[in-house]
Design a binder for this molecule. Structure first.
Ligand SMILES: *Cc1c(COP(=O)(O)O)cnc(C)c1O
Length: 233
């Protein structure tokens, strides 16, 4: 993976990836960053540096902000501030916001006009989008307050899991908890969890995501079931 552990793309790697202006090569046109990425929030300083570097190379800048709301809550920063350094931003309504589907693309009028054309060209046009938009509107009106809960519950999950010597927890910023489990425990723990009603795809490196349908008592229940596993293991 090209990203550093904090989720950033090192500036020197970005600079090295910009191709020379030579007709043998594709033209480098865009820097796209993702925030949050792997559950990590990019720092404002890094975003400023990376987008400034992109501009010096004549690149447009795009923010894949599928989970930008999580970055806003984790850093107590407005969406406006987080979006400001970029030419365009995409946001996903079906992640922490909890809608069945829906994404928004934000950019200049010219960019949106081109995007609408491309959406039609690739078969993504939809006349009945109002149903989806209504769910997105509902989520914006009613679900925004849930993110802080998601982060609190994820922090509790991370803290609880860190107590088990066989589980290594990566520092947690938002609603995602990344854990590494000792190889010897992966299969038996997965079987134990399934037997106790917790379905999880347990791998050597596992991602656990907390969302608005996961309650505090769900978290405690999972921790308790894992504790009982290690007590008898
Ligand atoms: C989910 C996701 C998307 C796509 O969002 P849709 O609403 O499904 O189009 C894009 N980028 C990232 C990082 C995502 O997590």
């Amino acid at each position: 993976m090209e990203n550093a552990p904090d989720g950033s793309l090192p500036l020197e790697k970005i600079a090295a990836a910009v191709k020379a202006d030579d007709f043998h090569f594709a033209r480098t046109r865009l820097l796209a960053l993702e925030n949050t990425i792997g559950g990590k929030v990019l720092t404002a300083e890094y975003v400023q540096q990376a987008t400034a570097l992109a501009r010096t190379h004549g690149l447009a800048t795009h923010l894949d902000g599928a989970r930008l709301f999580n970055a806003a809550v984790a850093t107590d920063t407005s969406l406006k501030q987080l979006c400001q350094p970029f030419d365009s931003v995409s946001l996903c309504f079906s992640k922490g916001l909890g809608t069945p589907m829906g994404s928004a693309l934000v950019g200049s009028q010219a960019l949106i006009d081109r995007a609408r054309r491309w959406r039609k060209v690739v078969g993504g046009g939809m006349r009945q989008a109002g149903i989806i938009a209504a769910a997105c509107q509902h989520a914006l009106d009613h679900h925004v307050g849930d993110w802080a809960n998601d982060h609190r519950r994820a922090a509790r999950l991370a803290e609880g899991l860190a107590a088990f010597p066989a589980i290594e927890v990566t520092p947690q910023d938002t609603n995602m908890v990344f854990v590494q489990i000792d190889n010897a425990h992966i299969a038996p723990l997965a079987a134990w969890l399934k037997e106790h009603g917790v379905l999880i795809e347990l791998l050597y490196a596992t991602r656990m995501v907390v969302h608005r349908d996961i309650s505090e008592s769900d978290i405690e229940q999972v921790l308790n079931i894992i504790k009982r596993y290690f007590d008898q293991a």
